[in-house]
Design a protein around this ligand. Structure first.
Ligand code: ZN
Length: 779
């Protein structure tokens, strides 16, 4: 009975103590001291805005600010009650969702790997100021599985027996083509959020990303290829006790509890889970031994069930990359945390690519925030387990307002998606639209993008799947820089004249250091739906272009052998404003439904004051209108799309001319330099230009068929082996087993889109056997 009476009183006191601790928005001046001095004085400095050597601004508890003031720091306070401000402001604001400006599948220009700006259809706002309550979060995982059972597993506990201090499991899900199986050999990536309880926007951007994957698998062949060959794991809420604590104290959002909910036995609660991992745990001043500190490291390395569960999960998998998502600061932090150094340049190389759209500042804790942190998730994951682990810090506050959530979700989208491509690795090959027949030679353009650090030759090979192919012209090995791409045109010699409707089928493979990616191409011969309005391979030099003092044809580089066109054929470019303009106007007839400009380009242009563009103008005195293409970038000073910086590989550009249907205009290439070109750069090159249009009746002639996947376990096998396959939805499949001489040993009809089949191999002689998965639309 005594206990029953004591308990409520204790809880009441604890609530009073908690409610007195106000959260303030403040700037702390460093005045010649360092961030490390701030951390030693008792501050949590993981998240916030750091002006190196000058100040640190974030949201702090009154207790933290008292400590810092005692240590002699000057403080400006912008808001004395961040939680009240949050509730007041948030109530005035509305949720936001963005829809795509146009359906990309309708565009005649498509690129691969490009991100969608559209908020997923299934993405919802939660009831906690726009964020999800814990129950809402679990319901979303269940809803994902109910709607997409073939792509996402049921949620399962991260650990089979361990639970948090308050008795909860952590939950994980797997997104892949066979989500209920851990398929051997598939590349793995891990995404976590909510190490820190008060960072709910890190949870929402993962949910946003997950919905995007699920909703777009069927319609996006690149995404399908990616998910067919990778397993993406998500632990979106690593610290459920802390998260629920915030939800309990602040049901409308704005709760500022950071740590887990360990009872420290001295009236304080919580361990900072991101100081509890066991690599250089507790060294130096990178964490605190004080139980009341926001960066309390716990009584021992891995003392907390939450980090123990995460440790076991990491040890049971082979993650190529891990994103441990936090808020805030618009940064991406990586090892080391415990000392001022970066363990491998790979961290920087990958970080540059992962943050190329968000523009997040990236570096070690010291580089980005000017202090040290020990016992972090990333240090342990890399230091002990050799995983490239990153901590993205999204947004500008712990509780961004409801109308900022969507933008923050998007800011992480490309990072999240690129991490999955990096996990897949290798050089991914994909055909581009625009294959054409030249006599008995099929010319099929391809693009290869390398999701790998370090240059190594990429070997291109082909395999005929239809017997109308006589041979493939060999393709020289490609050498591609980190995360760059390269294009080439495959020349396929056909054995005879094609009949309308006849298909040419083949597989193109890109092998890099033993890793192979493949693309199955089925090209159906039909008279081209596109009508060529202008075509120039630049072999005749000025050809269709007005005479020009600067621009000219060159043999220095060329996409198709011979010549290309460049702004400075004899030297590097100089300070100039120079336009290459067609002699005559180009006309797109009024009955055209689509028009596009295609050419191959490479460039090296000072990104400061110099740029190249493609422009049109309807009359010589009219204003030039710049075109946007799949390779242009937005220059915010000009507020226009341009080519600038370095792009030293030929790549096909495609520009939608849908705005000019029924019009006549001059086509212009411009090269503008105000810098004087101090680095001696070489300017802009283009080759193989085609301006074409189509009318309503046209049909696309080249189609990508979803890659069919087969894997065998065990392999090699004796007695029996189990084949797992996944193919195209709603299409029948057949599996052939072929011996080394090409003889078909067995044919198996597969009724489902995906599944497993046990193959009896006991009677077979030892040797190498091939399997081939057919659908009625591809192999
Ligand atoms: Zn955090």
């Amino acid at each position: 009975m005594k206990h029953k009476l004591l308990l409520p009183i204790f809880l009441f006191l604890s609530f009073i103590a908690r409610s007195q601790e106000k959260i303030l928005d403040a700037r702390i001046w460093l005045d010649g001291r360092t961030m490390q001095d701030l951390v030693v004085a008792g501050l949590e400095a993981d998240h916030g805005f750091y002006e190196p050597g000058v100040y640190f601004r974030s949201e702090f508890s009154s207790l933290e600010l008292i400590r810092v003031k005692k240590a002699g720091f000057r403080i400006d306070t912008f808001e004395t009650d961040v939680q009240a401000r949050y509730l007041r402001e948030n109530a005035r604001r509305q949720p936001v969702r963005t829809v795509a400006a146009a359906d990309r599948s309708q565009s005649p220009c498509e690129d691969f790997g490009s991100a969608s700006a559209e908020t997923p259809v299934n993405y919802t706002y939660g009831s906690m100021g726009g964020y999800y309550t814990y129950e809402e979060y679990l319901a979303i995982l269940d809803d994902m599985h109910a709607k997409f059972p073939h792509l996402i597993s049921e949620r399962k506990p991260v650990h089979e027996s361990l639970l948090t201090h308050e008795g909860r499991p952590q939950w994980f899900v797997r997104i892949s083509d066979n989500p209920n199986t851990d398929e051997t050999g598939e590349a793995e990536a891990l995404y976590t959020a909510i190490h820190h309880a008060r960072e709910p926007n890190s949870l929402t951007h993962l949910i946003y990303f997950m919905w995007h994957l699920l909703e777009n698998y069927d319609r996006d062949p690149d995404l399908r290829y990616l998910l067919n060959q990778t397993e993406l794991y998500f632990i979106p809420c690593l610290n459920p006790d802390g998260y629920i604590y915030n939800q309990t104290t602040n049901p409308d959002g704005g709760g500022f509890w950071r740590k887990n909910r360990r009872d420290n036995g001295d009236g304080t609660f919580g361990v900072d889970l991101n100081r509890n991992y066991g690599y250089n745990w507790g060294v130096g001043n990178g964490s605190s031994p004080t139980t009341s500190s926001e960066v309390y490291r716990g009584p021992a390395a891995f003392s907390e069930p939450e980090t123990q569960m995460a440790r076991a999960f990491i040890e049971a998998h082979n993650f190529e990359v891990v994103l441990n998502c936090h808020t805030s600061g618009n940064k991406m932090v990586h090892p080391w945390g415990y000392e001022n150094s970066v363990p491998t340049p790979d961290f920087t190389t990958l970080a540059e690519w992962l943050t190329r759209e968000s523009g997040y500042l990236h570096g070690s804790c010291w580089q980005t925030l000017g202090y040290l942190a020990c016992g972090t998730s990333d240090d342990w994951m890399y230091g002990e387990k050799d995983r490239l682990a990153y901590t993205p810090e999204t947004g500008t506050s712990f509780w961004p307002f409801i109308d900022q959530i969507d933008g923050n979700n998007k800011s992480m989208f490309q990072t999240n998606l690129s991490a999955a491509w990096y996990a897949l690795g290798g050089a991914v090959i994909r055909h581009l639209p625009g294959a054409s027949l030249n006599g008995n030679v099929l010319q099929a353009p391809f693009k290869v993008r390398q999701y790998e650090i370090g240059t190594a030759p990429v070997q291109i090979s082909f395999e005929a799947l239809s017997n109308n192919i006589a041979s493939f012209a060999p393709v020289a090995n490609l050498t591609i820089e980190d995360f760059e791409s390269s294009s080439f045109v495959a020349l396929i010699n056909l054995s005879g004249t094609l009949q309308p409707g006849e298909e040419v089928r083949f597989v193109a493979r890109a092998e890099r250091q033993g890793q192979i990616h493949a693309d199955t191409v089925v090209w159906e011969f039909q008279p081209s739906p596109y009508v060529v309005a202008v075509e120039d391979d630049l072999e005749s030099g000025s050809g269709i272009w007005s005479p020009n003092t600067f621009w000219g044809a060159t043999t220095e580089y060329a996409f198709s052998p011979g010549k290309s066109m460049t702004d400075s054929p004899n030297d590097v470019y100089t300070e100039m404003e120079n336009f290459l303009i067609t002699k005559d106007k180009v006309a797109i007839p009024p009955d055209a439904t689509e028009a596009r400009l295609r050419f191959f380009a490479l460039w090296d242009i000072d990104p400061g004051l110099d740029w190249a563009q493609v422009l049109v103008k309807t009359d010589l005195n009219a204003v030039e209108e710049p075109l946007q293409g799949s390779l242009t970038t937005y220059n915010s000073n000009l507020a226009q799309y341009v080519y600038e910086g370095t792009h030293l590989y030929w790549e096909e550009e495609c520009m939608d001319l849908g705005a000019y249907l029924g019009q006549k205009f001059y086509l212009i290439f411009s090269m503008i330099s105000f810098s004087g070109n101090p680095d001696g750069r070489d300017g802009f090159y283009f080759d193989d230009l085609v301006l074409e249009y189509r009318t309503e009746s046209g049909v696309h002639t080249i189609e990508l068929h979803p890659e069919c996947q087969v894997s065998a376990q065990p392999n090699p096998a004796s007695g029996q082996t189990r084949l797992h396959w996944s193919g195209e939805q709603g299409v029948g499949h057949q599996l052939d087993i072929v011996d080394a001489s090409g003889k078909i040993l067995q044919q198996i009809a597969l009724p489902e889109d995906s599944g497993a089949y046990t193959l009896q191999t006991a009677g077979w002689p030892a040797g190498v056997y091939w399997y081939r998965l057919y659908s009625d639309r591809g192999v």
